[in-house]
Design a protein around this ligand. Structure first.
Ligand SMILES: Cc1cc2nc3c(=O)[nH]c(=O)nc-3n(C[C@H](O)[C@H](O)[C@H](O)COP(=O)(O)OP(=O)(O)OC[C@H]3O[C@@H](n4cnc5c(N)ncnc54)[C@H](O)[C@@H]3O)c2cc1C
Length: 413
């Protein structure tokens, strides 16, 4: 009997690597015609694998899930991820923002080397196998091209992904199967997605323009970075870092006021001093550009947030530059979100990531209920949970050897 890993994304492939490295036969199933589609998509943005910040700060990025993820991430921290990438011929580097990328800045060479390693470790890949759940006798049920296939498995890792970008294979449809088995699955919500702002026509022409070196504040949190003006509103790293509290506020009261600091490197007094210089006959736009180095998109955002009439007084105008209010009224849906919140509730799995309701069945990756901003935190937790589930399977098999039949491959351990 094989160990079944369902889902050929990074979580599933990592679990398969750990299990097969111990000499245990593994078959990886996926509904799509090829493996790792979302990983390849992540590669389009340079493949931000992890982040270099100190572990305690790193952990806080996972919000409520941090206590649960702590031992999992400690057992496979960013340094281990970097070593692993290097072992696949993909050395990494730390970018100026502290984010860590493979030097190749794409996912395809890493995925190719990884699939080769798995093949060499004896892993079988069965594509176009859509998991449907379990048969009465406990066998796994798949819809395959030739009809339904039933597979008995000695242990199973579910690594079915979250529910964002469903056309890449992860639709979250598995949640009803697990709910039917008594497993609590938290509702999926978009994470790391843009927000709706109804721009005036005068500002909408800046769609596609980056807002560089700004700071965004909401709910007592301030994030420095960059955002991108979109036709529908605002997107980009700094926005995504606040996406969880913004999303919850909009769900509660229908809107959230995001504050933009256009000059986070300058104090209010420094800005006011520059704005106190005589303006002569210059237009306000020209004056702001020269005095503060504001780009046209920033000057127009200032007007967009405060109304066309900006303050005359230098101190009051400085205040406006430091706090441009933007009214967010909605969030992009799951189909456009980089990741999703929600999934298998943490108290449904034990420390090995085994489902309490289904002994021998483990869960890994984005299908577990955690969320994090972009910055490499998503792949780090995905891969770390893949490692934990893989180790969990090995421990489970050691504790539950198949009666009357020695698992020859496992005895290699
Ligand atoms: C545009 C984009 C850019 C991103 N960039 C980054 C980045 O730079 N850094 C970062 O850390 N993260 C990034 N991410 C997020 C990262 O890709 C995901 O967090 C990661 O892929 C999750 O891995 P996973 O294995 O849990 O799930 P997935 O990668 O979604 O894999 C799950 C697999 O399960 C399969 N599956 C689902 N249901 C079934 C079923 N019923 N039967 C059989 N197979 C099934 C799917 O086909 C899929 O192959 C990005 C995501 C997107 C969309």
């Amino acid at each position: 009997m094989t160990v079944a890993v369902i889902g050929a994304g990074p979580a599933g492939l990592m679990a398969a690597e750990v299990i097969s490295a111990a000499g245990v036969a593994v078959t990886v199933y996926d509904r799509m015609p090829s493996a790792g589609r979302k990983l390849l998509m992540a590669g389009r943005g340079g493949l931000n694998l992890t982040h270099s910040e100190a572990f305690d700060g790193f952990l806080q990025r996972y919000g409520d899930a941090a206590p649960w993820l702590k031992p999992v991430l400690a057992a496979f921290p960013p340094a281990a991820l970097m070593d692993w990438a290097e072992s696949l011929g993909q050395p990494t580097f730390v970018g100026s923002s502290g984010r860590i990328f493979p030097k190749a800045l794409k996912a395809s060479p890493l995925l190719r080397a990884w699939l080769l390693r798995l093949r060499q470790q004896g892993v079988t890949l069965r594509l176009r196998h859509d998991w449907l759940g379990w048969a009465r006798d406990g066998a796994l049920r798949f819809a395959a091209e030739a009809g339904e296939v039933r597979v008995p498995a000695s242990a199973t890792v579910l690594a079915l992904g979250g529910a964002s970008w469903p056309r890449l294979g992860s639709t979250g449809a598995w949640s009803s199967v697990l709910a039917g088995q008594g497993v609590a699955v938290t509702l999926f919500r978009p994470a790391n997605a843009g927000f709706t702002i109804s721009w005036t026509p005068a500002f909408a022409r800046f769609a596609g323009t980056p807002l560089k070196s700004i700071a965004l504040s909401f709910g007592g949190q301030t994030i420095r970075g960059e955002a991108m003006v979109a036709g529908y509103g605002l997107e980009g790293g700094a926005v995504y870092a606040l996406s969880a509290p913004l999303r919850e506020a909009i769900a509660r009261i229908g809107l959230a006021i995001l504050t933009v600091d256009l000059k986070p490197d300058m104090t209010l007094d420094q800005i006011a001093a520059r704005l106190a210089r005589p303006r002569k006959s210059e237009s306000l736009s020209n004056f702001l550009r020269k005095a503060l180095g504001l780009a046209p998109v920033q000057i127009n955002l200032l007007r967009e947030g405060h109304g066309m009439m900006l303050a005359d007084d230098a101190a009051a105008l400085a205040l406006q530059v430091k706090a441009v209010p933007l009214r967010l009224t909605g969030m992009q849906g799951l189909d456009r979100a980089i990741s999703s919140a929600g999934g298998v509730a943490w108290d449904e799995v034990d420390a090995r990531l085994m489902l309490r309701a289904k002994p021998g069945v483990f869960a890994a990756g984005e299908m577990l209920d955690w969320e994090a901003p972009t910055g490499g935190y998503l792949l780090q937790a995905t891969l770390a949970t893949g490692v934990a589930a893989g180790k969990g399977v090995l421990q489970f098999m050691e504790q539950h050897p198949k009666p009357g039949k020695k698992n020859e491959q496992f005895s290699l351990l």
